[in-house]
Design a protein around this ligand. Structure first.
Ligand SMILES: O=C(O)CCC(=O)C(=O)O
Ligand SMILES: [Fe+2]
Length: 395
């Protein structure tokens, strides 16, 4: 049995106001129909139950690349405490700390504080998205690298991030290794970056302020343009303010419905490549909210799990699934990697791949990307290119 999350106590710490979950939207939207995976079933002593779980996971990540994960060991109360802390950080971080801990994406990391003025370091136009990102460095040197106001609570944040990595992601990668019919520890041992609460990945406290008037007009409904995540798995906590959309199997953008307490898990590019395209790194974006949530602040907690930095990824041809069924070349980064591999050209290392994107990918609409517009099966895409790898985003 997996041990449930058991966080350090809040006793003797400054009082933290409770986060009040906004009312879910009442609009009847064209929701993405995602499968739900009950992670506790992985502990079942009945092989049929576990076998069915692996099958359902396989279906979910082949169909959607996104799934809801439930019963993963964190209670709703414990989760809401983490939202309290994220809200506290954004309400109490001093101007001095914002400046001192300002992020520098040119470094290839999103570490530290992002102001609500544009994506890169220099002040740009208001996008209303504030973030604090905890990388390895923030966890290791808390004295110098995290906001003063959050220091008393770093034990709780560290233990949460540790649980997400060493329990939730560990079990998830086991399930995904089984879907590839590989040994249980295959993805954890060979692909996942290691060390500390987040390996080479990061834990994020993001706050989306309402976007109104001219600012809203300018962004044309998009808060964060379509993209795929580059790591192994991304653990997004399902939030009441509707804004996350996925490019679904119906070839259209569909919103993800609030599922209290659930994790919204998406597959990163690393696993798409390793699985030879069987697992989908699905494009997703963050949009304006429905009208009845227009004035809501959207707090979003995310753990981005990263692949080992020095690896140059190739499909795991030892997988019986791949041997039986071959590659899936429908979409995405795997198809592009395969072109390079077939041509005998080195693909980038994982570290190079994520750092170039963080350092250079800016928040511009797909139709204004450097690689121009392409039409595939009647859908128009804007293109970027990094290391000879084309990245396509639906216009
Ligand atoms: O806040 C969200 O729901 C998603 C954010 C996201 O996709 C990302 O930062 O990669
Ligand atoms: Fe993302």
């Amino acid at each position: 049995m997996a041990t449930p999350f058991n966080p350090p106590s809040a006793d003797g710490k400054p009082t933290v106001p409770r986060w009040a979950a906004p009312e879910p939207t009442k609009e009847d939207l064209d929701w993405a129909s995602l499968h739900s995976i009950d992670l506790s079933l992985l502990d079942s002593s009945d092989p049929k139950v576990v076998g069915d779980l692996v099958e359902l996971t396989k279906t979910a990540i082949r169909d959607d690349g996104f799934l809801y994960l439930t019963n993963y060991g964190v209670s709703l109360d414990q989760l809401h405490r983490q939202f309290d802390l994220a809200q506290y950080l954004h309400s109490n971080i001093s101007e001095e700390d914002k400046e001192r801990l300002l992020w520098n994406p040119k470094s290839g990391l999103f570490a530290g504080f992002k102001r609500k003025l544009g994506w890169q370091r220099e002040a740009g136009q208001f996008d209303g998205i504030e973030q604090f990102n905890f990388y390895r460095g923030e966890f290791e040197d808390q004295e110098n690298c995290v906001p003063e106001c959050i220091k008393p609570f770093m034990d709780e944040i560290t233990s949460f991030s540790n649980y997400l990595t060493y329990s939730v992601n560990y079990r998830l990668l086991k399930l995904l290794s089984r879907a590839l019919e590989l040994p249980d520890d295959y993805l954890w041992e060979n692909i996942q970056s290691q060390g500390g609460p987040v390996g080479d990945g990061y834990f994020r406290h993001a706050l989306f302020y309402p976007l109104l008037g001219e600012d809203k007009e300018r962004r044309k409904g998009v808060r964060m343009y379509g993209h795929t995540d580059y790591g192994t798995t991304t653990l997004l906590f399902s939030v009441p303010v509707t804004a996350l959309h996925i490019w679904s199997r119906k070839n259209k953008w569909q919103p993800v419905k609030y599922n209290p307490g659930a994790l919204v898990v998406n597959i990163g590019e690393a696993l798409e490549i390793i699985s030879g395209g069987h697992f989908k790194a699905t494009k997703h974006k963050v949009t304006d909210t429905p009208a009845d949530q227009e004035h809501c602040e959207r707090l979003s907690l995310v753990q981005f799990n990263a692949s080992a930095g020095d690896l140059r990824l190739a499909p795991a041809v030892a997988s019986p699934l791949l041997q039986r069924e071959g590659f899936v070349l429908d979409q995405g980064v795997f198809r592009e990697y395969k072109k390079l591999i077939d041509a005998g050209v080195d693909v980038p290392t994982n570290k190079e791949w994520r750092e170039i994107q963080i350092a250079t990918r800016s928040q511009v609409p797909p139709e204004k990307r450097t690689g121009g517009i392409q039409e595939i099966n009647g859908v128009k895409y804007g293109a970027d290119e990094f290391f000879g790898v084309k990245v396509l985003l639906p216009v």
